[in-house]
Write a protein that binds this ligand. Structure first.
Ligand SMILES: Nc1ncnc2c1ncn2[C@@H]1O[C@H](COP(=O)(O)OP(=O)(O)O)[C@@H](O)[C@H]1O
Ligand SMILES: [Mg+2]
Length: 227
């Protein structure tokens, strides 16, 4: 079976005044193992909402999210949290590192949550940070690192549990051009080395062009699809 995640006819709406704001309008997406998918579209199109639903951070109002044949929309919040920790990595526009913890402590966190020992968590986190060129930054706090370094640490934290799929929402949106280019290259290097599946939302044209599959969203649907 080649399909990793599929979103089937997902809608998402929020109460607004006497009616509802329709953010997703019955959207479908099939993510195959090893895919590198880029989602583009103007602000408010529903890209982040779709990514959150794909990654089980949010639930659709209607529709299904199937991961390897299992309907995740039927699972409890606790089960989904455990599943995300094990199978999915997330990177956002802002690094969301915990400021009172060092780089290595931030990266160890998902391992500790999963019940791995302190020693094992530290070994894994240090190894990954080393692979990402941050061997000299292990004991630095987020405030002591550059924006590019902070985002690298956030990527390490997303990957430390060896997820099958990495989701990223505007991961270079807060970086200068030189750092953004390095982070873009890093995504593809990591994809190849770790055999990852990638789903990335970006506004960055240069980044989008590097993906074999670019999907454009408009008003909660793929552009071109009839309402
Ligand atoms: N929790 C929420 N409550 C109400 N409206 C929301 C909520 N989250 C998102 N929206 C609305 O959904 C639309 C799509 O948002 P989003 O998925 O963040 O778009 P994008 O990432 O493409 O910019 C926007 O109009 C936004 O205001
Ligand atoms: Mg967004």
């Amino acid at each position: 079976m080649n399909s990793l995640i599929s979103v089937q006819c997902a809608t998402k709406s929020y109460p607004m005044g006497s009616g509802r704001l329709e953010v997703l309008r019955g959207i479908d997406l099939e993510v195959k193992r090893g895919d590198a998918i880029c989602i583009v579209g103007s602000s408010g199109a529903g890209k982040s909402t779709l990514l959150h639903i794909l990654g089980t951070l949010d639930r659709p109002t209607l529709g299904k999210v199937i991961f390897k044949g299992v309907d995740l929309t039927r699972e409890s919040d606790e089960k989904l949290a455990e599943f995300r920790n094990q199978s999915m990595g997330f990177v956002f526009q802002f690094h969301h590192l915990m400021s009172e913890f060092t780089a290595v402590e931030n990266v160890m966190m998902p391992c500790r949550i999963a019940g791995q020992s302190l020693k094992e968590s530290r070994i894994q986190a240090e190894k990954l940070l080393d692979q990402l060129g941050l061997a000299q930054r292990l004991n630095h706090y987020p405030s002591e690192m550059s924006g590019g370094e902070q985002q690298r640490v956030a990527i390490a934290r997303a990957l430390v549990r060896k997820p099958e799929v990495l989701f990223a929402d505007e991961p270079t949106g807060n970086l200068d051009t030189a750092n953004a280019t390095r982070i873009q290259e890093l995504f593809f290097d990591l994809k190849n080395v770790l055999n990852l599946t990638l789903v990335v939302v970006t506004h960055d044209q240069a980044f989008a062009q590097k993906f074999p599959r670019v999907l454009k969203m408009k008003d909660g649907l793929w552009e071109g699809k009839q309402l």
